[in-house]
Design a protein around this ligand. Structure first.
Ligand SMILES: NC(=O)c1ccc[n+]([C@@H]2O[C@H](COP(=O)([O-])OP(=O)(O)OC[C@H]3O[C@@H](n4cnc5c(N)ncnc54)[C@H](OP(=O)(O)O)[C@@H]3O)[C@@H](O)[C@H]2O)c1
Length: 336
């Protein structure tokens, strides 16, 4: 079978394509023919090396995929041939709290991922794809959508009528926008581009802030909330944006700390979070149970993932390069 492999820390250009033996399922394992995959910002970090718990080498890249069951090993009860399934991001995190050992089993970094024609996985580490969802759509969910779900609903306990701030129009932020709207929240989204903001508005964003035109965007956020601030910030920017996120939050607001897109070495003052009784909490993707709930919520609310562009398996490295330019809104997928 054809597979891509990361063998060094030299970034996208060093990802190799190889012919390898097809894997066969052992006891309680399932062989999945991968039909689609999607890219996450993390995949750039994994290729560049030094990503916490994600520096196994060689490793098959990409965590997010979807496909069909083509064989099952002895003892498998959850799946049969032709079932449409998607692997979970953290292979061994089924339910309950995370642990260091579980987090080391993240696909496409800690253990092999899905940028290959066939993948064998434990039967427990797969979820069923809802009937109305395509392979490409299902492949956008495991990392970005589950993270957004975990932040807003598992950790954030988002209530209808609350205000949610989304930073940028990447995968996590767009899913968080769609899920927050479905839950009856008011949404404010920032972006580098007016064109992307228009697209966010068509997806239901209530208020828009161009953070290039307004470098002090927290002031706009406070203005748009009559000085109160927001109840939730889906914080994907990291140290470069965190202080402005803190300044955007209402008293007792929640900041869901998810990623680093901007100035990793920036210094921030956390004191306002004390005086405003903020909750600032790290979020790392989620368990199989959270993945299942995310899919159920998307299905029930007819939420369609926003797919910016689709590439073929042969064009996988082109997909990486396009994704790295940050021209996309939502997700970039690879269809096999
Ligand atoms: N903790 C977790 O479990 C978890 C899970 C998924 C992702 N993440 C992290 O979350 C972040 C986003 O991931 P993703 O896959 O959604 O990324 P993505 O799709 O690559 O999103 C990139 C977009 O972010 C926006 N952006 C870039 N710099 C920004 C800034 N300074 N302020 C506001 N927006 C900015 C840009 O959109 P505009 O042009 O619209 O501004 C850009 O196109 C990454 O750091 C990723 O590693 C963490």
């Amino acid at each position: 079978m054809q597979t891509y492999l990361i063998e060094s820390d030299q970034g996208i250009d060093a990802i190799e394509r190889r012919e390898t033996a097809e894997p066969e399922p052992g006891p309680f394992e399932v062989k999945v023919r991968i039909r689609a995959a999607s890219l996450n910002y993390r995949d750039l970090g994994v290729a560049a090396g030094g990503y916490l718990r994600n520096d196994t080498r060689p490793v098959v890249p990409l965590s997010d995929g979807a496909g069909e069951v083509v064989a099952v090993g002895p003892g498998v009860t959850r799946w049969k041939e032709n079932d449409r399934v998607s692997p979970i991001f953290v292979r061994d995190w089924i339910d309950g709290p995370a642990s260091d050992a579980k987090l080391k089993s993240s696909l496409g970094g800690g253990v092999d991922g899905v940028l290959c024609e066939y993948r064998v996985l434990p039967e427990q580490s797969l979820v069923a794809i809802p009937d109305g969802m395509s392979f490409a759509q299902a492949a956008t969910v495991p990392c970005a959508a589950v993270t957004a779900w975990h932040a807003l609903f598992e950790s954030g306990e988002l209530q209808a009528g609350q205000t949610v701030l989304l930073l940028g129009t990447g995968g996590v932020s767009v899913f968080a926008l769609q899920l927050a709207k479905a839950a009856g929240a008011r949404t404010i989204i920032t972006s580098s581009s007016d064109q992307k903001l228009e697209q966010a508005q068509s997806l239901g964003a209530d208020q828009l802030v161009n953070y290039k035109a307004h470098p002090d965007w927290h002031k706009e956020v406070r203005r748009l909330t009559a000085g109160e601030g927001v109840d939730h910030v889906v914080e994907v920017g990291g140290p470069g944006t965190l202080e402005r996120s803190i300044k955007s939050a209402a008293v007792a607001g929640k900041i869901h700390l998810i990623g680093v897109l901007d100035s990793p070495a920036a210094k921030i003052s956390p004191m306002l979070s004390v005086f405003n009784l903020l909750t600032i909490r790290g979020i790392y993707v989620g368990s199989r149970t959270m993945h299942e709930k995310t899919l159920a919520a998307m299905d029930a609310n007819a939420i369609e993932p926003v797919i910016d562009r689709s590439f073929s398996f042969d064009q996988a490295l082109e997909a990486y390069r396009y994704f790295a330019q940050q021209k996309h809104v939502g997700k970039v997928v690879i269809e096999f």
